[in-house]
Design a binder for this molecule. Structure first.
Ligand code: FES
Ligand code: FES
Length: 172
């Protein structure tokens, strides 16, 4: 059965007709072609599909698209502005916080939400709090470094506080 939904994705209003059983990740990837959100497990284990729903990091393979009715969704594609990476993206690049890159969009989205609710992070906090994001390349050391550097960048750009929109981050 087809259902109509309306939501905001990366700052743009979207209205669409979808099958009732469409997962949010399927809607983003297959219908909106936002393929930066990855599917690693499809069973809420790996975090590759993490996006922001009303500012909270969620696993988009774990909810139906209809549950996002009226919500504000941000994907990895919504972070960079005018060619400038979000501070967390820049930190992953600078710290070599990725190898194959498959887990990276989910890591970045989870890390941003983590910093926004917990700006004063230690490396142990990062390891504990990002345990729902798995890296098959096991490059966790540089990922932790990147999240700490990204947290510092978010603080200096004013995007580290709770409620700061991921899509309204500084472009400096
Ligand atoms: Fe959603 Fe793995 S694809 S948690
Ligand atoms: Fe390859 Fe994490 S960089 S899965």
């Amino acid at each position: 059965m087809a259902i109509s939904i309306s939501l905001t994705v990366n700052g743009a209003p979207i209205s669409a007709s979808i099958e009732a059983n469409t997962l949010l990740v399927q809607f983003l990837r297959d219908q909106l072609r936002l393929t930066g959100t990855h599917i690693g497990c499809d069973t809420a284990q790996c975090g590759a599909c993490t996006v922001h729903l009303n500012g909270r990091a969620i696993k988009s393979c774990n909810i139906l698209a209809v549950q996002a009715e009226g919500a504000e969704v941000t994907t990895i594609e919504g972070l960079a502005k005018d060619g400038a990476l979000h501070p967390m993206q820049a930190a992953f690049k600078h710290c070599h916080g990725l190898q194959c890159g498959f887990c990276t969009p989910g890591m970045v989205m989870s890390a941003i939400a983590l910093v926004q609710r917990h700006p004063e992070l230690t490396g142990d906090d990062v390891r504990a709090e990002l345990d729902g994001n798995l890296c098959r390349c096991t490059g966790y050391h540089n990922i932790v470094k990147a999240v700490l550097e990204g947290a510092a960048g978010m603080k200096s750009s004013g995007t580290a506080h709770a409620g700061a929109s991921a899509t309204a981050q500084a472009t400096a």
